[in-house]
Design a protein around this ligand. Sequence first.
Ligand SMILES: Cc1ncc(COP(=O)(O)O)c(C=O)c1O
Length: 450
Amino acid sequence: MGSISDFRRSREMTARLRRAVPGGSHTYAKGDDQFPELAPGVIARGAGCRVWDVDGNEFIEYGMGLRSVTLGHAYPPVVEAVRASLESGTNFTRPSALELECAEAFLGMISGAEMVKFTKDGSTANTAALKLARKATGRELVAICADHPFFSYDDWFICTTTMDGGIPRAFREQTLGFRYNDLESAKALFAAHPGKIAAFFVEPARTDEPAPGFLAGLRGLCRREGALLIFDEMITGFRWHQGGAQKLYGVVPDLSTFGKALANGFALSALCGRREIMSLGSRDRPEDDAFLLSTTHGAESPALAAAIATMQVYRSEPVVQHLHRQGERLAAGAREAARRHGVAQHFDVIGRPCSLLYAVRDRQGRPSQAFRTLFLQETIRRGVLAPSFVVSYSHADADVDRTVEAIDGALAVHARALADGVEKHLVGPPTRPVLERCWGPQPDDDSGES
Ligand SMILES: Cc1ncc(COP(=O)(O)O)c(C=O)c1O
């Protein structure tokens, strides 16, 4: 496998990006502090599971647009549907037929959803869910799962991180934290703030599976205490199961939010749930006064066409099964490579096969950004761009096999670095986490994606 090392054009464009755009990227998780110095800084194009950078280097990619591109880059049926929609105009003064078609297709897939409203990103959908919960309950506090790294770019969430500049202190007093798989921590919040909590936000699963009874217990607890249960299915949706994690685990929340994979990378997200709650934004009755997701680009046609085509692929092809199968193959190959190089204590693959992350540890067994950066550097050198091991429907057996070879090579370097020091092998500074919590426990992985 050839060694990729020419990033000249990337470097030059990254410097220009840094001058033009704060942080050098429109998403922090794509910024150059998230990647080693020897990395593709700017991507020119993608097809399937591959991307090419502006220097012409080719990579097998993982993560795929922060987990939004589940089918593959430029996936032909999606591209075709979008192209056809462009011929008919993108935005009108009344709802388009695509709005109805997309809403009905979505409601047909997510059985717990009685109504849906689309918008452009997950953060906005979650903030709208919180607004509905506050309106429905007449309460102001919100409880978020402290083990989950990201819910929204809005102040009610960002106030819990160290990047809380510009946010009034009052927000901090309204957001509380509870622990995943720990019903007692949720009960303790209700006990400490009786009749005050509007909603509990949780990803139904992340790297850990829900403990038996946890989601159902939280469901029952919220109902008894008069708070809404909200599932953030931004990652689990269209990945754990095509009906969402709520279908897989058999627990239906009051509201849930979807995004990312919904339109295979096009900008579309969804807030959905019980009719009675969603209707509070309908203007049908005088009390329906919640201003719910009304925005100029909320229903622009290309994203809706992309979502309709994406959902059609999910309905007719074994997308979710494929994601799990390739994830299992990748995890098995990576673990075997770690054992072969004697670094199984220092490198592990974590999470559900359809959404794999990896944990990299130093000699003392502590999570290490320097070793993570070295792993990225060495896999990039071998033609794999993998800030996570999140696969897509376009990752074929041969791609995963090639990736395992790259991991094998990278872990050989990892083993040497454990012996003689990471600084001998790493070019440039280590990466840093996207976001750090300023309260409560730190999430168990650093793959926050905004
Ligand atoms: C679980 C989760 N919720 C919400 C969001 C926010 O979504 P968006 O970046 O589309 O605003 C993200 C983004 O990474 C996420 O991972």
